[in-house]
Design a protein. Structure first.
Ligand SMILES: [Ca+2]
Ligand SMILES: [Ca+2]
Length: 132
């Protein structure tokens, strides 16, 4: 009789190989004698150090990225300078995960503070008013 009639291969193609014998040709992503084992696609740690991997059916997985990282494999360090946090002409530099630093403009009317919002020395140069 045809041992493939009962459809024993869950995720594969059955070949009758004789009396009470069959062989399953598994589709990619499954293994086992009846192709019922979903291969864990997270074993190779595809999401890296900044993501958590979830195995999905077939050859698929999903990465949940930790804060500050994005991309399919969480490989992109989010640009923390994108919102232009440095004020008054300060130059922003991305410092990795959820961090940035500002290099503030210095000089007579320089600025300081984390976002270059404080006037250096605590005074503001105002135009002199003449002929009051
Ligand atoms: Ca899988
Ligand atoms: Ca960053």
């Amino acid at each position: 009789m045809d041992d493939c009639l009962s459809d024993p291969c869950n995720n594969g193609t059955c070949t009758d190989t004789g009396s009470n014998s069959f062989q399953c040709d598994c589709v990619s992503g499954y293994r086992g004698t009846r192709c019922s084992v979903d291969i864990n696609d997270c074993l190779s740690d595809p999401c890296g150090a900044h993501g958590t991997c979830t195995d999905l059916p077939l050859n698929a997985f999903e990465c949940a990225c930790e804060s500050g990282f994005s991309g399919t494999l969480c490989e992109d360090d989010v640009d923390d300078c994108a919102s232009s946090p440095c004020q008054n002409g300060g130059v922003c530099r991305d410092e990795g995960q959820n961090d940035y630093s500002c290099r503030c403009r210095t000089g007579a009317t320089g600025f300081t503070g984390a976002n270059c919002t404080d006037v250096r020395g605590g005074w503001v140069a105002v135009p002199a008013v003449c002929g009051d």
